[in-house]
Design a protein around this ligand. Structure first.
Ligand SMILES: [Zn+2]
Ligand SMILES: [Zn+2]
Length: 294
């Protein structure tokens, strides 16, 4: 059984680069459809200025999708093997565990990824579409990728619907000219948008509540145990809604509510094993966790 799991984990590493290329191909096909069918129609009906604005906007979305995908794929999420053993040892506290495979301490929120075969810092999940683990240093690129895919697929579906009017009139002879591609891209954009609504919504909730996908399950168990015992448990890494957002996207200052979505390649501050915690151990002054009684 173990051999089978190992084989599966190893094969993921070979398959995932093709999934990345497949995703890039679909996005480029959408860009081709946009320039072939949508831009000429806007140019014809609304003029050069409006068409120019559409091109600039679509290129901005495309740039952000690829920027964040590239950085999520190429940035190491951070793992315990990258950290000097001495630094790890001196940071160890009672809530650390020990990873026998890495033979190193495992900080809170770090998990051993069986595909990467490393303990990944603040691991969220191993993403086959990014061919990488998503963790402390690259999680913000992952969420920003979802965000720009969400905006981009909604925009793509809207302009295809509005500017390829023959798309759904299959009996129309002009449909032959438009071909199958705009229709296919419209259906695909709608499907991706729906998937992004779920995925992005889930990650926005996780960011706001200071949790990761894996830790969410642990936290739910801890909260249920505490409730059964008549106690109240609160997630120590939940710093408050705005502070969680700032911490995840590594943004500070007056304009943080805007700058979180700007493309940036600056290495995230912090080390991934000494994570910020609530000061008092109690519930934060305001937050979803309080509302949801987690
Ligand atoms: Zn490990
Ligand atoms: Zn991994």
């Amino acid at each position: 059984m173990n051999k089978l799991i190992n084989f599966f984990d190893r094969s993921v590493k070979y398959v995932e680069p093709f999934l990345v290329l497949f995703a890039i191909t679909l996005v480029l096909l959408d860009v081709y459809t946009f320039f072939k069918h949508v831009v000429p129609d806007i140019l014809h009906h609304s003029g050069r200025a409006v068409a120019g604005a559409h091109v600039v906007w679509s290129m901005w979305l495309l740039f952000n999708v690829f920027w964040n995908q590239l950085h999520c794929t190429l940035t190491s999420p951070g793992n315990t093997l990258e950290v000097q053993e001495q630094a790890l040892q001196s940071a160890m506290t009672y809530d650390w565990r020990w990873c026998r495979t890495c033979n190193r301490g495992k900080p809170p929120l770090a998990h051993h990824c069986s595909v990467c075969n490393k303990c990944v810092l603040k691991m969220d999940h191993h993403c086959v579409w990014m061919a990488n683990c998503v963790g402390f240093y690259n999680y913000r690129f992952f969420v920003l990728f979802l965000f720009y895919m969400w905006v981009g697929s909604a925009y793509s579906a809207a302009v295809l619907w509005l500017h390829v009017p023959v798309m759904l009139r299959l009996s129309d002879p002009t449909w032959e000219q438009a071909g199958f591609l705009p229709f296919f891209m419209f259906v695909l954009s709608c499907s991706i948008w729906l998937a992004m609504c779920v995925l992005l919504g889930w990650h926005v909730w996780l960011v706001l509540t200071g949790q990761g996908t894996i830790d969410y399950l642990d936290n739910a168990d801890r909260a249920a145990e505490a409730r059964a015992a008549g106690r109240r448990w609160s997630n120590p890494y939940h710093l408050g809604l705005a502070a969680n957002w700032q911490e995840t996207f590594d943004v500070r200052g007056r304009w943080w509510w805007l700058t979180w979505m700007a493309p940036s390649r600056r290495r995230k501050l912090g080390n991934g094993y000494n994570l910020k915690k609530q000061q008092h151990g109690g519930a934060p002054p305001s937050g979803l966790m309080t509302l949801l009684r987690l």
